[in-house]
Unconditional design. Structure first.
Length: 305
């Protein structure tokens, strides 16, 4: 049995004849994962999501969801098992959260009134269930949108940039919510973002896309261990010139200076300790050591030409 909840093969799509917007895309989303779909603006994330949901007609290739080929026959049956939040949720401003959920529930089959309470509880909006949407913040609206997508108890949730426009508190709330859903109910979550830091914090798996092509697809842990990327870090010291010459004597050729910081590149974490030991042995004071996010550099090198 195929354990991929989403499995696309050779997916191709163009909005018009001038260019390919999605090219031979092979998405593999494992069951129970939080899959981060990462790429810069215009790389094809929303287009891929629309193709997965059958909102655009693919040019060639197959989309398999829950082991079943997505086509006009299987579409409704498959979509019954999927919850999606794409772009801003369409909500009735003059109605309350409960009223909005009732309307949404009416469009779906077999949803009990108690489920409305449950989803409000899950997204932490019980306290505001009778507030009108026009009094909701953007973060609350996003969470209500998520609540609507949860009504039918989906096995897969697809979220297109759910933290876009949210403030730091809203981002943390959304992130916690996504992780809880995955942990408590085993829901597979597919989430797109143009921010590596977001994906790194939330996801178990990652797919990186640029110009409609998949550049990298694996676990987030493997991405972090990716070979060929040295660890770069900065050390703030009191005697920077002396520190630099000590490190150059250690054959650390790529050490350089920036104000009171010595910038160094090493192969592994153990070498960071060695550098600190050597500097301390020379009575050089160390005030801080900052490791640079080399994942960010890796992402940029993958997505920039
Ligand atoms: N309706 C459309 N008609 C024509 N071209 C489109 C349409 N929508 C998107 N495109 C083009 O398709 C490509 C992929 O766009 P898409 O919206 O899928 O990117 P994205 O990764 O979701 O970007 P963002 O991070 O900005 O949301 C871009 O080159 C875009 O200009
Ligand atoms: Mg988009």
């Amino acid at each position: 049995m195929n354990q991929f909840i989403v499995d696309t093969k050779n997916l191709n799509f163009s909005y018009n004849r001038t260019k390919k917007d999605i090219e031979n895309l092979e998405l593999k989303v494992p069951k129970g994962s939080i899959y981060g779909f990462l790429g810069p603006n215009g790389s094809g994330k929303s287009t891929t999501i629309r193709l997965m949901l059958g909102l655009l007609k693919k040019r060639s290739g197959t989309v398999v969801l829950f082991g079943e080929i997505f086509n006009s026959k299987s579409r409704l049956k498959i979509l019954d098992r999927v919850g999606a939040l794409i772009e801003n949720p369409s909500l009735y401003d003059h109605l309350t959260a409960v009223e909005n959920l009732r309307i949404a529930a009416n469009y779906r089959q077999n949803i009990s009134f108690s489920r409305i309470d449950e989803v409000l509880e899950i997204v932490n909006l019980k306290h505001a269930n009778n507030k009108k949407i026009k009094e909701y913040s953007l973060g609350m609206k996003q969470r209500l949108g998520l609540a609507i997508s949860l009504l039918s108890n989906p096995e897969l949730i697809i979220l297109d940039e759910p933290t876009n426009g949210l403030d730091p508190k809203g981002i943390i709330e959304m992130r916690t919510l996504i992780k809880d859903l995955n942990k408590k109910y085993g829901t597979t979550i597919f989430i797109s973002s143009h921010l590596l830091s977001e994906i790194e914090r939330t996801c178990t798996h990652v797919g990186i896309i640029r110009d409609g092509k998949m550049l990298y697809q694996d676990t987030v842990a493997s991405l972090k261990e990716s070979k060929g990327t040295n660890i770069k870090f900065d050390i703030e010291v009191d005697k920077s010139i002396e520190a630099l010459s000590v490190l150059k004597n250690l054959k650390m050729k790529n050490a350089s200076l920036l104000d009171n910081f010595v910038q160094i590149e090493v192969k592994n974490k153990e070498e960071i300790t060695e550098v600190i030991d050597v500097l301390r042995a020379k009575k050089i004071n160390i005030y801080q050591v900052t490791i640079k996010n080399n994942l960010e550099e890796l992402f940029l090198s993958l997505t920039e030409n």
